[in-house]
Ligand binder design. Structure first.
Ligand code: PMP
Length: 361
């Protein structure tokens, strides 16, 4: 089998070593006579798998002991509702930063549950910059401050944690968790769908400071109540066992790569190569302000829809797939998460050169 280079934004490329390990363990896990797929989640073996995944995540991110780590279902989209349901409390108000499509979805959902102040936005700049937060003043009833650390569609990434004092900081880190170092202790809550840097679709990680538990509104669905999930070790009902197991394998792989610091160095190198090529070429354009470009999702344009269509088709023939931009914005986009080998980025740059050579006027 020749593996193709997959630039999908998620579900996305897995580390090949993890696929090989999962494949070798699929029929029988650790000489136990059964597959992980068949294990009861209450049994010692699966509980061990789950606990190891949590321990590795704590280790990789340096998660302090006064934070709970939850492994939930429903994707990051469910967290758009769970966050306000759990954290708005009696204050009933929250501050959100609008940086693109994912932030907007989080805002629209939160508005169902309370008063949402969009305290900063880069909509007027077509989401090509991270807005300046220095002048932000929070209403005294603000229960938390939410931002999207990486806009997967727009390719826009916060390069540092906002300096927000006095209220819990909440971030949707779905598309950049574990790609760069993160001071967890600056946050009240971090959430991320797994299908980019953590593993497979179907499992979502929530890291929440313990003092924020126990504040859910009475009407909060039981499954979305963080304190109930924490008390039940994320096993209130049947968890997505196989996704949890695969997530654990991805974390083990990341530790073998040298952890977050080592992968961050590699991610910086991969993204720089690609942006440098795009910037040096008169043929391709990166729409995002260089100060805020995402290391994970690299959108670019050719300024001609027909040419972009040919690009996608010819790239596919060359073994490079899923280079189309999100259906809502069009254009082109290369997602280069942790597991994307540097060779894939090199192959893409070679293809960019080739395509430019053939099609540039
Ligand atoms: N937030 C961000 C930043 C995302 O990229 C995505 C998915 N691409 C979501 C939220 C929604 O995630 P899910 O599909 O897991 O609900």
């Amino acid at each position: 089998m020749t593996r193709i280079y997959n630039f999908s934004a998620g579900p996305s490329t897995f580390p090949q070593e993890v696929l090989e390990q999962a494949s070798s363990e699929l029929l029988e896990w650790h000489e136990k006579g059964l597959s992980v797929l068949e294990m009861t989640h209450r049994g010692k073996d699966f509980v061990g798998i789950a606990q190891k995944a949590e321990a590795d995540l704590r280790d990789l991110l340096g998660i302090p002991s006064h934070y709970k780590v939850l492994f939930l279902q429903g994707g990051a989209t469910t967290q758009f509702a769970a966050v306000p349901l759990n954290l708005l409390g009696a204050k009933g108000r929250a501050a959100y930063v609008l940086t693109g499509i994912w932030a907007e979805k989080a805002i629209r959902e939160a508005e169902k549950y309370g008063e949402i102040d969009v305290v900063a936005s880069s909509e007027a700049e077509s989401f090509t910059v991270i807005p300046d937060l220095s002048g932000v003043r929070l209403d005294e009833r603000t229960a938390y401050f939410h931002y999207t650390s990486n806009e997967t569609i727009g390719g826009l990434e916060f390069q540092s944690i906002p300096e927000i004092k006095d209220v819990p900081l909440v971030t949707d880190a779905s598309s950049n968790i574990l790609s760069r170092s993160l001071e967890v202790n600056r946050f009240g809550l971090i959430y991320a769908g797994a299908q980019k840097n953590l593993g497979p679709a179907g499992i979502t990680v929530v890291i929440v400071r313990e003092d924020l538990l126990g504040r859910a509104r009475p009407e909060t669905p039981t499954l979305l109540d963080y304190s109930v999930q924490a008390k039940n070790e994320s096993m209130l009902n049947t968890p997505p066992t196989y996704s949890w197991y695969l997530l654990g394998l991805v974390l083990e792989w990341l530790k073998k790569q040298g952890g977050v610091a080592a992968i961050e160095t590699r991610n910086i190198r991969k993204a720089k190569k690609l942006y440098d090529y795009i910037d040096a070429s008169p043929f391709y354009v990166s729409p995002v302000d260089p100060r805020f470009r995402s290391r994970m999702n690299v959108p670019f344009r050719l300024g001609n829809d027909a040419l972009e269509k040919s690009f996608i088709e010819e790239a596919k023939d060359a073994g490079l797939i899923n280079l189309e931009g999100h259906r809502s914005v069009g254009g082109l986009r290369a997602s280069i998460y942790n597991a994307q080998p540097e060779a894939a980025v090199d192959a893409l740059i070679n293809f960019l050169k080739y395509f430019e050579g053939v099609h540039a006027a």
